[in-house]
Structures are given as C-alpha cells and as structure tokens.
Design a binder for this molecule. Structure first.
Ligand SMILES: O=C(O)[C@H](O)[C@@H](O)[C@H](O)[C@H](O)COP(=O)(O)O
Length: 272
C-alpha cells in the first residue's frame, strides 16, 4: 500500500474522462465483489460531470450492481433543488438517472429551498453521514472520492485564503464566501475527505497547471487546498497534457499506461 500521489497524463479531456470511467467501473465491480457495497463521493465541476457522462456512456456500466452503490457529494452549491447549477442535478442528468441506483442510498446535500439555514444543512449532512456509518464510526468509509480542482487550487468548496481548508474539528461546513459562484455552498472538510480510501482528482486545462505544480511541490493547503489532499490508500491525479506543464517528472506515470500497454498493477504498486 502506498499513500504517495500519482499523476496520470492523458492526451485530452475526452481521453481523461474515458480512462477514469473505465477505471471506476472496474474498481467498483471489485469493491462490491469484495465488500458487498461501495460508498462513492461525487464532485461538481465540468470535468467531474464529464467523467459521469463517460461512465453512463460505457457499455460496461450495467456490469455494476448499482443497488449496492452509496452516492455522496464532496460539496454542493446552495441553490434550490431543481436548479440546473446544483451538483446533484448535474450528476443525476449525467449518470444517476440512467442507472438503477437505490434512491435510499443517494445522499444529496440539502437544497436552499428545504427550509434549513446553511448551517442547519451542514449539520444535517453530518448527521446523515453518521447515520450511514458503521457502529462507533462518524461516517462511512468512502471507497472512491472524486474531486475537481480549480485554477486557484480549490477542491470541493474549500478555497484559498478562506477558513475552509484549515477546518479540522468538523466534517461538513457551511461556506458563505465562495469566490466561485454561488457564494454560499456546503462542503466536506479536508480531514473528512482524507478519510477516503482512494481520492481521484480530475482536472484539465493549462489554467490548472500552476496550482497542480505548487501542490505537488509541497505548498500549504491554506494557500493551495488541493495540496492537502491525501487518500488513505491512493491519491491519483487524472489530468490532461495541458494541466501537466508544471508536474514534477518523477510523479508522472508512464504514458504507456493510458495506451493500455501497461497493466494497472504495473503503475500502481498493489493495484489501485
Ligand atoms: O461545486 C463546484 O464547483 C465543484 O465542486 C468545484 O470544486 C469544481 O470541482 C472545481 O471548481 C473544478 O471545476 P472544473 O472541473 O469545471 O474546472
């Protein structure tokens, strides 16, 4: 088992999304076979949704027993339930409406028209996590957590120069000052995100290269929140060529991986 971070470079966004989708389907089939279920955390953002589109478009999507998949979100925009900009709505349109998930195992954040304050909504989600946890635990074991990354290095709704990235005492926070609209959001905190067994970051575009380079070079999570991300078993950055401009060579996995010439176990000691 290794907790170091790996970078997989793909020619473009489409190849990135297809590669992550294929890996996701394979991994979730194994997880359900081995553990009977899988708790997955989805992300908002264009690349995260493109990955869900690619999963939905895969002929292998029906190889998963979706009734055993629990779906959570890493963050949510504080908008009415049916707003097109909600991460939940975009995830449902891209994937969840096209596969037989058990709705009781789909856990969206509360919406702004649910009658709760932002703080009450954060507390409610923390309670929902606790209710889904094993005896004595505070939250489920997240098998795979997806994260998009912003040009400023934000992940979920944890932004530089805001309090979010340094919150360590709770798992879910209310955000009132997001520089990315809308300003009000809900987010998991880094300590909770980092309880994930696997964290798969999906980012594309040259505008992400500086933040990614800083994060991999050891920047502070307060300055570059993605620098604070570390899964318990795996942390993999799935990126396109444009986002790789400032990635240390030693962290880039051989391109032969994404041409399929390498078996997964060859590039990730102990598999993924
Ligand atoms: O609610 C959100 O906006 C996301 O959760 C956010 O963290 C997103 O993942 C990044 O901003 C990357 O977005 P792109 O993939 O569109 O660059």
């Amino acid at each position: 088992m290794t907790t170091d971070r790996r970078v997989l470079v793909h020619p473009d966004r489409a190849a990135l999304a297809a590669s992550v989708a294929a890996r996701f389907l394979t991994k979730v089939i194994d997880l359900i076979e081995d553990e009977g279920e899988a708790h997955i955390v989805l992300t908002g953002g264009s690349v995260g949704i493109e990955v869900l589109d690619a999963i939905a478009g895969s002929p292998a999507r029906n190889s998963i027993d979706w009734s055993r998949v629990h779906v959570w979100w890493g963050d949510e925009r504080w908008l009415p339930r049916d707003d097109d900009e909600r991460n939940e709505k975009q995830a449902r349109e891209a994937l969840l409406d096209h596969v037989p998930v058990d709705e009781a195992k789909v856990h969206p954040f509360p919406a702004s028209d649910a009658g709760l304050s932002l703080e009450e909504a954060a507390a409610a989600y923390e309670a929902e996590l606790r209710a889904a946890a094993r005896e004595g635990e505070k939250h489920p074991v997240f098998a795979i957590t997806f994260l998009g990354v912003g040009p400023d290095g934000h992940i979920a709704s944890l932004f530089p120069e805001r309090d979010g990235p340094t919150v360590t005492t709770i798992g879910v926070i209310a955000v009132h000052d997001s520089p990315k609209p809308p300003p009000e959001r809900l987010s998991l905190t880094l300590p909770l995100i980092n309880t994930s067994e696997r964290i798969w970051l999906v980012l594309a575009g040259g505008d992400k290269a500086p933040a990614l380079g800083l994060a991999l070079a050891g920047a502070s999570p307060a300055d570059v929140p993605v620098a604070g991300v570390l899964g318990r078993k795996r942390t993999v950055f799935f990126i396109d060529q444009a986002a790789s401009a400032e990635v240390p060579e030693a962290l880039v996995m051989p391109t032969s991986y994404w041409t399929g010439a390498m078996d997964q176990k060859d590039w990730m000691p102990g598999g993924s």
